[in-house]
Design a protein around this ligand. Structure first.
Ligand code: TYM
Length: 354
């Protein structure tokens, strides 16, 4: 039996290396699995992008650019169903239904919600009590929207409506997957059915990836403003990598690495070969490392991957007719599967025809 794979990326801007190594490169790997063990659905999460109120024109531009980036990176509409989330109206309907089984408390405790809410409210530190008070407070009902709170319900529906069991995502999405599993179990046990399976992250046995930022700490992310984009040209990309934060270099053999240098090594492990990782690790440990060489190597290896993709993106994104054909065909296939699930869910929940 083939397993169903599904994943998506929010339409919030161009794709960066975190999206590529955490998600898109895995989509392509699963699609091209030589044994063809998977039925693949990859989509652009434009409804999720609405949680952070993008400008309407920008939203459409972003959907288009991610679609072009998917295709340029190797997703093939002949092998995978590629669609836009908002083209599948069954998703918002099931989102409403599933929300009846989701607790406000568990949503408010989700790390991604707390992070975003904190940013929207301009709070610093991580005092959770403050967030709750501020959210419920009288003047704040416009600032943290209910869509942001129910983001995990919508993501669970994306997955469950296609009956997907494998969901290739980066490390930062693990909590959302855990919630999806919990909602699936809860639905089954509430209605006494064995309807939904529990999905899991998947990377052919590899660990979930977290691509770091090169500004010293944390992950690469759009809201962090520390991204290297697939579309960055050679000069921009080299400049960004060469500017990565480091320290003065090790003075004593085998010293521990500061976070910024660790991040460079994490990136090196993701983009380079094991022998290069060994070479620079040895150089660090015997204090002969030159960070400039390490950065040049990283930039070179990233460019090997991104340059051909960038060239294809530029071609594909101007071909509106092709893009329109891809999403139309994708929406039809995605709806076919989704409508079966929605019909069952309505029936299970007691919404029945006369
Ligand atoms: P988004 O757009 O925030 O992220 C898209 C994918 O990129 C991965 N990612 C990273 N991976 C490693 N290191 C990083 N620095 C990094 N930054 C981003 C994310 O883990 C993710 O895989 N909620 C999803 C979108 C979504 C979805 C779904 C995914 C909506 N519905 C259903 C799977 C299944 C998200 O985080 O998008």
């Amino acid at each position: 039996m083939k397993e169903i794979v599904l994943s998506g990326i929010r339409a919030t801007g161009q794709l960066h290396l975190g999206n590529y190594y955490g998600a898109l490169s895995k989509f392509v790997k699963m699609q091209n699995d030589p044994e063809s063990k998977y039925i693949n659905y990859f989509f652009i999460a434009d409804l999720h992008a609405l949680t952070t109120a993008p400008e309407p024109d920008k939203l459409h531009e972003n959907v288009k650019s991610i679609l072009a980036e998917y295709l340029a990176a190797g997703l093939d509409p002949e092998k995978s169903t590629i669609f836009v989330q908002s083209d599948v109206p069954e998703i918002p309907e099931m989102y409403l239904l599933l929300n009846m089984h989701v607790g406000i408390g568990e949503l408010m405790r989700t790390a991604s919600f707390k992070d975003k809410a904190r940013k929207m409210l301009g709070l610093t530190g991580d005092n959770d009590e403050n967030i709750e008070k501020e959210i419920i407070g009288a003047n704040t009902n416009k600032r943290v929207n209910a869509g942001l709170l129910t983001y995990p319900t919508l993501m669970a529906v994306d997955i469950l409506i296609q009956k997907a069991t494998k969901v290739p995502v980066g490390k930062d999405q693990e909590q959302h997957l855990e919630l999806t599993r919990r909602f699936a179990r809860r639905f089954n046990s509430f209605y006494g059915v064995d309807y939904f399976s529990e999905p899991a992250n998947f990377d052919f046995g590899g660990e979930p990836v977290k691509v770091p930022g090169l500004d010293g700490s944390g992950k690469m992310g759009k809201s962090e403003g520390n991204c290297i984009y697939l579309l960055d040209d050679e000069k921009t990309l080299r400049k960004k990598v060469m500017r990565a934060v480091t320290d003065e270099g090790p003075k004593v053999p085998n010293s521990p690495m500061c976070e910024a240098v660790q991040n460079l090594f994490t990136l090196l492990k993701i983009v380079s070969t094991p022998d290069k990782v060994q070479y620079f690790t040895d150089a660090y440990n015997n204090c002969s490392i030159r960070y400039g060489d390490l950065k040049k190597e990283i930039a070179e290896d990233i460019l090997k991957v991104t340059t051909p993709i960038r060239e294809r993106i530029i071609d594909i994104q101007n071909d509106d007719a092709y893009l329109a054909r891809v999403v139309k065909a994708g929406a039809e296939k995605a709806r076919e599967n989704a409508s079966k699930t929605l019909r069952d869910v309505r029936e299970i929940m007691g919404i029945r025809p006369f």
